[in-house]
Design a protein. Structure first.
Length: 482
């Protein structure tokens, strides 16, 4: 006990001395950023002592993070991105301190190897980038996403308790954000025209908001299946009501489509057809692209600049979408055509990660141009797979498709391999999540965002942990060979 008291006194003295020195230096040099150093050191020490808690706080913060611009070229998400850096640093230090926490099975896992292949190709694309600094920033951001949402959880996800806690923290955050959004949308009578106003400052727009909401549905389903008491089930049902109400009033067609495909994937996993459906979908897309290129069939989808407008009434918005007169749909066509033309010019390594905006306008066709084509918010092509082909070349797209295929294969394989209810459920729910994320990214590019990118990497960690944690457990007769 005496040694512990002595240790605490020394630690307290150290922080007092550090605070006094840094504050004095900040005043002397008038460089006031120096003053935050002791608080950073204290945060690192606390996170080191309570690593699991730091990770759970990060997961909860995802739903409430806001975009903050330090300058026109430098922005971040607060507080989750600083927390990502902190968690990545702490768990990297912990791994260096105790290398055995990451097993050889983890390093040799096909999911991780494919992810490293994707990252490796991103590095090559960055070396040939038209804007090297922008592409380097992309790689830098990717590193702490991987550290916080893949490496850290894999260390923690060696037992069921930590997976349950992580799921609860993430889900409670999403449900709480949905409840707040509904409460703020209520004075506007839940009208479509005011949805984005109700979401500020936590969500850029209703698309990002709905994308996170739809991911909560399978998480709540998993919690419900694994809950043991009526009280837990009742609370989860309340969560379902909040999330589905919020999802309905989000007015996001992409999220509704993702929910539909999530329901379909539930049945496909149970019937061992998910991976086969993925391969079939790729073949259909390739055939469609080939048809669109033949005799310039894609020109039939050009819009009328004067009649393509934004509708404040959602019914009119849906009708306009069907008739291809909705501005967001028409603008997607404009960028997709420009993006497809870009690929031909640099199919090997692409233009470089993060560089789409700086090139696409010169490749756009006037027949597809809309009144929002000025793109003042610097958004991208609205299809993550097409974006990858543009910025990282065809090899980058192939590696990404292989990674998604591997995730879907393992979700299906693990669901049928294990007889343990908990891990059977995690495999099923993760598979549904991956399908939803895939669907969302056919109409957007959300993997690089904190809201969806975090769940994407967490899905990898859960599947890898499920595979390794159940390898010595009783299994069914499902064969891994398809």
């Amino acid at each position: 006990m005496t040694n512990e008291i002595k240790y605490n006194r020394n630690l307290f003295s150290f922080f007092c001395l550090l605070f006094a020195c840094t504050e004095a230096l900040a005043l002397y040099t008038q460089t006031y950023l120096i003053a935050i150093i002791p608080f950073i050191v204290l945060a690192c020490y606390t996170a080191w002592q309570y690593r699991s808690a730091a990770f759970l706080i990060l997961l909860f913060s995802i739903s409430f993070s806001i975009e903050y611009q330090f300058s026109s070229s430098l922005g971040t998400d607060i507080p989750d991105e600083p927390l990502m850096l902190l968690v990545s640093f702490i768990f990297l230090a912990y791994w260096l301190y105790q290398p055995s926490v990451l097993s050889k099975k983890m390093w040799q896992h096909p999911i991780l190897l494919l992810l490293l292949l994707c990252i490796g190709w991103s590095v090559i694309a960055t070396l040939f980038s038209s804007h090297t600094l922008i592409s380097f920033k992309y790689l830098l951001a990717k590193s702490w996403y991987i550290g916080a949402f893949l490496m850290a959880p894999f260390i923690l996800f060696k037992n069921e308790k930590n997976i349950r806690r992580a799921t609860a923290s993430l889900t409670v955050g999403i449900v709480a954000a949905a409840f707040i959004a509904l409460a703020r949308h209520y004075p506007y009578q839940f009208r479509f025209a005011y949805i984005n106003d109700a979401l500020q400052p936590f969500f850029r727009n209703h698309v990002n908001y709905a994308a996170l909401l739809v991911c909560a549905a399978p998480l709540l389903l998993g919690c419900f299946q694994l809950s043991k008491t009526k009280k837990q089930k009742s609370l989860i049902c309340i969560g379902f009501v909040i999330v589905f109400a919020a999802l309905f009033f989000s007015y996001s067609r992409g999220a509704w489509l993702a929910l539909l495909f999530g329901v379909i994937s539930y049945g496909l996993i149970k019937k061992k057809l998910l991976f086969a459906a993925y391969i079939t979908a790729i073949l259909i897309v390739l055939a469609s692209v080939f048809w669109l290129r033949q005799n310039d069939h894609y020109l039939k989808f050009s819009n009328d600049f004067k009649t393509t407008i934004f509708h404040k009434n959602f019914s009119e918005h849906l009708i306009a979408t069907y008739k291809l007169k909705d501005v967001s749909t028409a603008e997607r066509f404009y960028r997709w055509v420009a993006g497809a033309r870009m690929i031909k010019d640099n199919a090997a390594v692409g233009f470089g990660p993060g560089t789409f905006y700086y090139h696409y306008k010169s490749y756009g066709l006037p027949a597809f141009k809309t009144w929002v084509s000025d793109n003042e918010d610097h958004s991208t092509v609205h299809n993550y797979f097409l974006l990858t082909a543009i910025e990282q070349g065809i090899p980058g797209l192939i590696f990404l498709l292989l990674l998604f295929g591997c995730l879907l294969y393992y979700a299906q394989y693990l669901y049928h391999r294990t007889n343990i209810l908990f891990y059977k459920t995690t495999s099923l729910i993760t598979g549904i999540l991956v399908v939803m994320i895939l669907t969302l990214n056919l109409l957007s590019d959300l993997i690089e965002t904190d809201k969806i990118g975090s769940i994407f990497f967490l899905s990898m960690a859960v599947l890898m942990a499920t595979d390794i944690n159940t390898q010595k457990q009783p299994t069914s007769d499902f064969s891994p060979h398809m």
